[in-house]
Design a protein around this ligand. Sequence first.
Ligand SMILES: [Zn+2]
Length: 113
Amino acid sequence: VSVDTAAHRPASTTPGARTTSPTEEVRALLMEHRLARQDQIAALTFADPDDSSLDPGARLRVAATANRTLAEIEQALLRLEDGSYGFCLRCAEPVSSERLVVVPYTPYCVPCA
Ligand SMILES: [Zn+2]
């Protein structure tokens, strides 16, 4: 009988939260983005310096952009934890869901960006 109660308990560690809550979905999405950026940065860091397909200047710019995006993703994950995710950091207005779908780690709404 103990199996029954365990099966009906939500798998999430957050009380009351369902496993498919929007927060969990956003978190999973942000994790994907973070992994992709980390892969990109690693690829740039360990790329063959003699590879002429990407000049050193361009390589640095791409790496800098990836690092900045990675920082924004980390910030978004923190805001997700403290409940401020989805609100513009500048004007405190809710960021449109359409924008969050395209750039889930954006700290600003469209007018402020
Ligand atoms: Zn704003």
